[in-house]
Structure formats: C-alpha cells, structure tokens
Write a protein of this length. Structure first.
Length: 489
C-alpha cells in the first residue's frame, strides 16, 4: 500500500510490466506475448518498454532492448526491488518530501520553480498520500510545504520513506548533515552488534533537520518506566546540543534509543537487545496484564514443532509489539507504517483466517477494564500480530488439502470417474467447479478450455475428451500439493 501511495499511476504501470518480465521463464520476449498478459494496448506496451529501457540504462547501466528492439531481460541483473526504489527516488512524492526536510523555508512556488513542475501536478500526485497521512493524524500543507502532527510519527514516516528509497543517502550526504554528524561516524554501542548504524545515523539526520526548524519530540510519560542503558558519549552530546531545554533533549534521546532498541522485530536470540527487551518488558504493567485467553489463542495458532529458541524469540517480539501499541497510545504509527510495506506473500488465505481469529479475540478483550486500551487500535494489532505469527503458524486442515474444482460436462461418466479417482486421494478436496469462486481453487479439472480470466491464476488440467493419463493427473495433483505445502511453511 505504501508504494501505491508514493508512485504515480504511470510508474505503477511500468512496475506491472516489469513484474511480468521478471516472472517470465523466457529471456527473450515479444511485445505480442505481453499484450496477452497485460491490460494495455500494443502501442502502450511499446512506449512503456522504451521508457523502462532508458531507466535501465541509468539504473543498471545495461539496456532492456537490443539494437533490433527485442526484449532482452537479464534476470540476474534486473530485480524488482532496485527498480522500484529507482522509481520511488524519481517520484514527485519523494522529491517533495526531501525538499521539505532539507529546505524548510521553501514554499510550493519555490519548489515548482526549482523543479520545473506545475502546482496542479504536485497537488494531483500528492493528494492520495495527503489523505492517507490524515488517517495518521498528520497534516500536509502543500502550499506552505509544512508537515505537522505528532513529531514522533513524522520522524517515523520520514525514516521509512528515505530508507526504502536509497538508505537515506540523499539526506546523509547533505552538507549541513555531514558537518553536524561527523562526530557520530564511529558511533557504536556495546549492546549494538545487530543495530543498523546507517539507519540510526539517518534517524539522527532527520532529528537534526527537524529540530533546526523548531520541531521537537514531546516528553512521553509512558517512557518513564522504560529501561535505557548507558548511552554513547557522542550521541548524548548530539542531543544535548539540540536545545537548551534539558527535558526536551531527554525526550529526544529517549525516543531515539527506543526506536533502535525496542521498535524493531528481533531476528535472533543472539541479538544483545533481546536481553534488554526482556528486562524492559518485565517491568511494564500493560504486559503483565495481558490475559491468558489471548496467549492461549496465539499458542493455538503456532506450529507444535517450533524449536524452543524460535518460540522464545517469538514471544519477545509478541510482547514488544503490545508495548509499542501502549506507548504510542492513540495511533501507533510505526506499526501502521511497517504494516503498509508488509504483505503475506506466503498463503494470504491463511493470513486472513489468522487475522479474523485474532480480531475476534481482541474484540472480547476490549470489554475488560485492564485491556480496554486495545480498542483504539484493534485492527492494527490484529494485522501486526498476523504478520508476526504467519512464519510460525500451523496450516489449518482446509489449507493442507488441495482444493480442486471439476467442471461439469455432457460426458458425465468421464466426470464421474475422475471425481471418484480424486475423492480416493487423502490430500485432495474436490467439488463441482463454481465459476464465481474460481480463485479458491488450487487446480481446475475441465474437459474443455475455460475462459482465460478463469485460469490465469490457477493451474488447469484438461481431460481431452478422455484422452488423458491418470498418471499425469496424479503427478500434477502431487506437484500442486507440494507447492501449497511449501507456501504454508
């Protein structure tokens, strides 16, 4: 969702074409073959390819098109992530927010003059994101190039946008930033073996630029019980130099260390931050008050064969997530932003089931006094927990079975015979094909050619008027089942 808000419709069309090229098993493709797979005309695809070719020369230093105009897609060189980042870097959204941070005194008229762009174009391209930011209680005034609301939320948004684009390179290379962050070049923490210091320095750069224009983090009393270890001297000096107000400087310091200590998802028990997180969680009332019914619900979703270390790490991340929600209170922006770039790539159906079950359990908890605070962010919590649980979730019984739809046909005896064959396979759930629910099937069996839109996202097995092999059908069923099981892992 985040990328959809940042990229223009034209750039999203380029990404759509790029993904078709990336997912093709063929190195050399024709425009005619792409017309059948995209909702674009031949001429439009031709124009998009010409633009992508120019992008590739800049981004990868290698063209997409040969001298004869043929498509030559190098899978090992061209990847979706780097091209998406390139388009984001070129986007009006990114360039506008970068200018707004680096040059806070500029107005829209200045930006348009410097970038040779019209005010109407800026409004058109940023209005969808402006509406989205409003849901986070953040206000974007385009004419004044002013970004207001919770300063912590604004910092979180800037960090995500700049990090996703190019690791914050444009911000970190700004002369004013380089000069004022020079003392932090060798910054390290004795508990920071797994800290991404480049991201930490980007957060410092954003802090520096926002504070320069008088925007500071407010003191959060919920932070008073948080455990913060001894900080590095150069980081302490950096924050004390931001403002003579020691309360604000302390609030800034706490927010910075909270974001690198307790906000991330931990990936290993060897991460020194995990032991600090355990100590921190142990002293938080909101964590101790989480009811057993929620914990039992989550346990029931996890696989039984998880290694003790995996389980231990999962629960640290689980409790930390709730601590983040409680700390941010009304709108836990870091979780929302993290969810906006996440997607259940593996088994979206299982993800939907898990989220519904969690939402139902959380809804019941909101009626209890000690956990009523969950009500404000029920959907966000359910979504975040789903992404956290999904890699460790047990597949449900319906997901373990291969769902097969068999289309009825005048050759009834053939259909009956195939139906009985599949019903005798323990891993197959077969039913008469429902054209209104074709996306629910893992495989469709038919005696004729179904419409293209029906089968483009689903494997089809043709009975060929009885001239098929049961061995081939069984082989395909087993192959599809293995694919489905791998997706559920």
């Amino acid at each position: 969702m985040f990328m959809d808000l940042c990229l223009s419709d034209h750039d999203k069309e380029k990404m759509q074409l790029f993904k078709i090229l990336a997912n093709s098993s063929l190195t050399h493709l024709s425009i005619h073959s792409l017309v059948d797979r995209l909702p674009f005309s031949y001429t439009k695809i031709q124009n998009l390819l010409t633009e992508i070719n120019l992008d590739f020369i800049i981004c990868y230093r290698q063209p997409l098109l040969t001298n004869k105009g043929q498509i030559d897609f190098c899978e090992t060189l061209f990847d979706v992530g780097s091209y998406q980042a390139y388009l984001l870097h070129q986007s009006t959204v990114y360039q506008f927010f970068l200018s707004m941070l680096l040059y806070p005194d500029d107005l829209l008229v200045d930006y348009c003059e410097q970038n040779d762009i019209s005010r109407s174009t800026v409004h058109r391209k940023l209005t969808p994101l402006k509406r989205y930011l409003k849901t986070l209680n953040l206000n974007l005034n385009l004419e004044r190039m002013c970004f207001s609301g919770s300063e912590a939320a604004i910092r979180a948004f800037y960090l995500q946008l700049f990090w996703l684009t190019n690791g914050g390179q444009d911000v970190l290379e700004f002369p004013y930033v380089q000069e004022n962050l020079a003392a932090t070049n060798d910054w390290s923490e004795n508990w920071g073996a797994n800290v991404c210091y480049q991201q930490g320095r980007l957060a410092l750069a954003i802090t520096l630029l926002r504070s320069k224009s008088g925007n500071f983090i407010k003191d959060n009393q919920r932070c008073k019980d948080y455990l913060f270890p001894t900080v590095a001297s150069q980081i302490h000096s950096f924050f004390m130099a931001l403002t003579p107000d020691t309360i604000i400087a302390k609030a800034e310091l706490n927010y910075f260390y909270y974001s690198i200590l307790y906000q991330p998802i931990y990936l290993s028990l060897d991460d020194p931050r995990v032991s600090l997180a355990r100590q921190n969680l142990a002293q938080l009332d909101c964590i101790r008050q989480l009811p057993h019914s929620l914990l039992d619900c989550v346990r029931g979703l996890l696989r039984d064969d998880l290694h003790p270390h995996e389980l231990e790490l999962f629960w640290v991340n689980f409790y930390n997530l709730f601590a983040t929600v409680q700390l941010w209170s009304n709108t836990p922006v870091p979780l929302i932003l993290r969810n906006s770039i996440a997607a259940p790539r593996r088994n979206p159906k299982l993800a939907t089931q898990i989220q519904r079950q969690l939402a139902k359990t959380l809804q019941q908890l909101t009626r209890q006094k000690k956990t009523a605070w969950l009500s404000e962010n029920l959907l966000i919590i359910a979504q975040s927990l789903t992404y956290l649980i999904l890699p460790f979730a047990k597949p449900t019984a319906t997901n373990e079975l291969l769902r097969v739809g068999i289309q009825d046909d005048p050759n009834s005896f053939l259909i009956q015979d195939v139906l009985r064959f599949c019903q005798n396979l323990p891993f197959v759930k077969i039913e008469l094909f429902n054209s209104k629910a074709f996306s629910d099937y893992d495989l469709i069996v038919s005696n004729n050619n179904l419409a293209k839109e029906t089968t483009e996202n689903c494997q089809l097995f043709s009975l060929q008027n009885g001239n098929f092999s049961y061995a081939n059908l069984l082989s395909l069923l087993e192959k599809q089942q293995l694919t489905k099981m791998a997706a559920n892992c």
